[in-house]
Design a protein around this ligand. Sequence first.
Ligand code: MG
Length: 242
Amino acid sequence: MKNITIISAFIIAISFGQAFGQMVPEPRATEVWGKEPVKVTPGENGSPPSDAIILDHSAWESIDGGENKWDNQDGVMTIKPGSKDIRTKKSFGDVQLHVEWRIPELGPEFKDQDRGNSGVYLQQFYEVQVLDSYTNKTYNNGQAGSLYKQYIPLVNATKPAMEWQTYDIIYTAPHFGKNGTVISPARMTVLHNGVLIQNNVSLLGPTVYIGAPAYEPHGNLPIYLQDHNHKVSYRNIWVREL
Ligand code: MG
């Protein structure tokens, strides 16, 4: 009798173990195979990765539709004051954008918004401000790295005039419904000289100078660089479509 009880318990234990074993999933059940990310060769020291579109002087045109009138020397584009904004010939949606910019040497008479002002506009309407904000005082939602008049940068990572600075921008385009409703707003993440200054913020609409921002529906649009009458320079601009 005793032996029969022991054998029964043994059989029950084996059955329970088998059932329990079937309930525990294999590690492989949660592994994804056959969806390999596209291979990209990273650039060295800010140079473009292998899948980037290079935005050199020839990639831009004047906003009047004519040729890019900004100066072009040794891969450096410098604003000719009064020559108007420039825009990429190609239109973009979601992107990763790398921009290097440099504020010129300016006298103390140049202050506030009148000191190295330019700007990088994603899809024509959404400006990441370019300004000398090393020691220059201005309204904080208009300093370098602000999403103009909407978001103050988290910190001020600005370098002095005449030093090259970087913006690395992750941009998600807005989406609109049939009757112009905003399904999802534009979003931006910005690193300034490698420091996070905008963390996936949702834009309220175009970054307008006066009044409240309000969205107008649009599709893919060019990137703009602003001529604000200062000799700000740009180089090594590249973009990856996301
Ligand atoms: Mg500006």
